[in-house]
Design a protein around this ligand. Sequence first.
Ligand code: ADP
Ligand code: MG
Length: 598
Amino acid sequence: MKTVGTFLSRPWAVLVATVAFGAAMSLASGATIQVATFFLINVLLAHSVNLLTGFAGQISLGHAGFFGVGAYGCALLMRDYGVPLPLALAAAAALSSIVGYLLSFPAGRVREFYLAMMTLGFGMIFYEIAKEWTSATGGVMGLSGVPSPTLRTLSMFGVAIGPAAYLWIVLAIVAATTALLRNLIRSHFGRAYFAVHMSELAAGSVGISEAATKRSAYTLSAALAGLAGGCYAPLVGYLGPDSFALTRSVEALVMAIVGGLGSLPGQVLGAALFTYLPERLQAFAEYQFMAYGAILAVSFLVLPKGLAGVFTAPPRFAKIHAAALPSPLPVREPLPVADSPLLQAEKITMNFAGLLALDNVSLQLERGRVLALVGPNGSGKSTLINVISGVYRPTMGRVLFKGDDIARRKAHEVSRRGIIRTFQDPRNVPHFTVRENVLLGAHRLYRHGLWGAASNSRIALREEAAFLRQVDEMLQLAGLAELADWVLGDLPYGTQRLAEVARAAVSDPELILLDEPAAGLSETELEKLGVMIRQLRERRLGIVLVEHHMDFLNDLVDGVVVLDSGKVIYRGDMEGMRRDPEVAAAYLGIAEEEPAHA
Ligand code: ADP
Ligand code: MG
C-alpha cells in the first residue's frame, strides 16, 4: 500500500490525480459535486488542525470557532457588501488569523489539559455569540441568502459560477495550500514547529522562541480554518450556528488524528473518510458522536499513526536533495574579534529553595580556548551551564558575553547571540533524521521568511542548500555521514550525542557549552568528538567542556575550573590540578575509579 504513497510523493503525480479528481467530479451529478466540494473544505480544516496539533503539538478543541469566523465573515462580506469571492475568501482567512493570533497569547501560557479546556472555551463562546448576535448572524434562525453556486446566485468578474466551477475553484485553493504547507514544513519554520512540540529545551538551545513559534502556528492554523469556513459559506448558502458547535471542532480533530497527525497526505485521507463515511451511514446520524468515538478508539489501537501510517511515508523536514538545490548562498565571514573577553561569569550564585548549587562562582574565557569544567557529581557544573545558557536565572551575579549582561535573558535569546549548548541528556527531535536534527542547529542563521519558505523562493532554496552543505561537512567530520538519513530516535546513544554536538557546531556559535559530551561514547566516537572540538577551537570559538574523562581532556584543554559543592576550589592548568591536594580530596580519587555519569 505504501506504493500508492510513493507514487503520490511525486509532485506531477499529485497534480495528475488532482486534475483527474476534479474532472471526474465535475462530470457527476449536483449532489456528488456538493459532497466532493465539502470533502475539499474538510481537507483545509484538517490541514489547519494538523498544523497546530500535529506539527506544533498544541491541542485544539475550538477549531469550529475559527471555521465560523471565516464562514460568517465571508458570507456577510459577500451578501451585504457585494465583496467579490476571492477578496471575501482572503478576508475570511485574515479575520480568522487575527482571532488565532489573539488567542495564542492566553494559549501560550497554558499546556495540555488546560490548553484543551481553554480552546474548548473559545469554541463555546463563539457558538454562543453565533446564536445570540442576531443582527449579524441571524441567531438561531441562521443567515441565509449567501451567494451560492447551487442556486446560481454566485458570480465572479461578471461570470456565473455553478457547482462544477466552484468545485474547481476550491480544488485549486486546496492544491495550492497543500503545496505551500509541504514546502513550509520542509523549512526552518516546519522544523521549529516540530522542535517546540518535541523538546522545548532543544528548541530554545538553537534559538527557537517557543512563544513566537506557537503564535505563528495559531495564526496560520486559524487562517487555514478561516479559509475553509470562507469556502463553506457559498457552498451551503445558509449558515446556522449548529454548523459551528462543539461537534464540528471534535470532528475536525478526529479527522486529523485518524488521518495521521503530522502527515499532509494523511489529512486528505482523514477528510475523505469523514466526508464519505457519514454519507454512507446516514441511518446512524443520531449516533454520529458515538461513531466518531468508536472510530477514534479503534484507530488508536490499530492505526497509531493514522491512515497515513499505512499509506504514506513519514513526513520530512528539510528540502532534502541538496544536490538538486541551486548554488548555495555564500557563507558568513569569520567574526571580527572584539577586545572584551568572550565570557565573564561574575559571582554567580544559584539557590534552589535553600540548596546552594552555585556559590559565588566566577570564570572567564577567551576566544579560541577550551575551558574544562570538572567536579564530582552534584557539584554544580550543569547548573552553571544552565545559568550561562539562559535555562536558569541566577539568584545573584552577572554573565557577561562580549561585555553585555545576559544573565536574565531567555534561552533562545542567549543562543541567538551566539551561545550554543548541548545537554547532559541529549535533547534531539527523535522523529527527525540525523541530517534534519543537525540542520536544526542552523535555525538562528536563516534569513528568509514565511512566504519564501512556503513558495520555495530562490533565496530560500539557496539558503537551505548552503546550510545543508555545511551540515553534510559536519556529519562527515562526526563520522555520521552514512547515517544522515536515519531517524535519530532509532540510533544508539552515542550517535545521538554526536549529532547534538554537530547540531551545536553548525549553528555558527561564538561560545559553545558542552555538558559531558563524552559520556557513553565508544573509543571511535570519542575520537570523532575530539576532531569536532579541535575544529571548533581552530574556528576561534570559546569552548566550555564539562567532562570526567581526564585522558580525553589532557591534550585538549587550555584551562580547568574545578567545582565542589557549588564552590570553585581550583583554577589553573591540568598539571596543577593533578598536584592540588584539595582537588584530589574532592574529586580525583573518585573519578579515576568510576567515570561517573549523572
Ligand atoms: P553536576 O552537573 O555537577 O553533576 P548539577 O549542576 O546538576 O551538578 O547539580 C548541582 C546541585 O543542584 C545538585 O545538588 C542538584 O540536585 C541541584 N539542582 C540542580 N538543578 C536543580 C533544580 N532545577 N532544582 C533543584 N535542585 C537542583
Ligand atoms: Mg551535570
